[in-house]
Design a protein around this ligand. Sequence first.
Ligand code: PGA
Length: 282
Amino acid sequence: MKVGQVRLRRFANTVANGYFCSVIKFNNSPIMRKKIVAGNWKMNTTVPEGKELAEAIVAKLSTVPSDVQLIIAPPFTHLCCAGKAIKGTSIALSAQNCADQPKGAFTGEVSAAMLKSIDCTYVILGHSERRQYYGETSATLVAKIGLALENGLKPIYCIGEKLEEREAGHHFDVVKAQIEEVLYTLTPEQMSQIVVAYEPVWAIGTGKTATSEQAQEIHAFVRKTIAAKFGQQIADDCSILYGGSCKPSNAKELFAQKDIDGGLIGGASLKADDFVAIAQSY
Ligand code: PGA
């Protein structure tokens, strides 16, 4: 980002004094996209441990810049309890998944309506672990995103290529297909509710992070692909998060990139200090 833009961004943030990342473009309407740091707890912590973690994050919330939206995504069993711990704060609650059916005889599933009824705001959908271990296809994800949106949840839609796909130079094609097959089925109004998380599969839980240049390159491509279908304004307003071994030591450089609007954090979100330090990297 150029110096002038940085100054304008800071000024706009001061004026807004809210949770939106407001970048005033020189020749166009303002860009309103959130800076987001979301913690994906995956299948970790017991309920009491999760409660403690949520409370520890709340205790440090005042050290996080007010324009950064924190989100926690605990397991289903923890949602009510974690929701109580963050109640009255600016931290938002997310689930890690929802069913591809609205309700009925689907043993073990949790519907979007159930999540909404306990004050979830977001739901992570299409995480590579769900695609890989639970066979989630684009068709499943179209159904899940549709139900999430119908129930007033904001999907955090995950995309990203595997190592062999990157090594073969196919990463742009993979990400483009993941966007086209799922997000291109949405209306512009629906698309404006979506957060995208780019997570190269080879960087998830491996300690290997995409370089900030690699991440910026693909984030810009993701935004361009969204703009091609929905127009520049919707693309500019869409928060695109980076995920994959994001930690306090690399967050600053990643978040400084023009098209990186925050992070989806796995391992490092399980320690309140690290999670908050990542959010402080802005
Ligand atoms: P990681 O996971 O930060 O542990 O790599 C990120 C994710 O899978 O969302």
